[in-house]
Design a protein around this ligand. Structure first.
Ligand SMILES: [Cu+2]
Length: 116
């Protein structure tokens, strides 16, 4: 008799785990808005050059070049220090809008963050 009980018990545990995983997945899927975004600085350009994020998102720039770069808002909303290789700069966008920025060392380098 004991032998027959073992299977349903194992199945029950299995179903519980499956249900829990399902709930976790559901919660992740429902949480549509990412709160972090990344922009790489590589080969004298921002990648992606233009990024659209939800309000409240923190964008992090990482300098992957061998030369220093900066991340400076044209409207002075944010300004990084000179970023050496692998240095990072983060800014949290709390308000909707279009934020154009450039590298003050190489002003031809431009990027845009669109916050919705
Ligand atoms: Cu630069």
């Amino acid at each position: 008799m004991k032998r027959y009980l073992r299977f349903p018990a194992a199945l029950f545990v299995y179903l519980l785990v499956a249900l829990e995983v399902g709930l976790l997945w559901g919660a992740t899927a429902a949480d549509e808005k990412p709160t972090v975004a990344a922009v790489a600085i590589d080969n004298f350009s921002f990648t992606p050059k233009e990024i659209t994020v939800a309000k409240g998102t923190t964008v992090t720039w990482t300098n992957q070049d061998d030369v220093p770069h900066t991340v400076v808002s044209t409207e002075q909303k944010f300004r990084s220090k000179a970023l050496d290789t692998e240095d990072q700069f983060s800014f949290t966008f709390g308000e909707a809008g279009t934020y154009v920025y450039f590298c003050s060392v190489h002003p031809v380098m431009m990027g845009k963050v669109i916050v919705k």
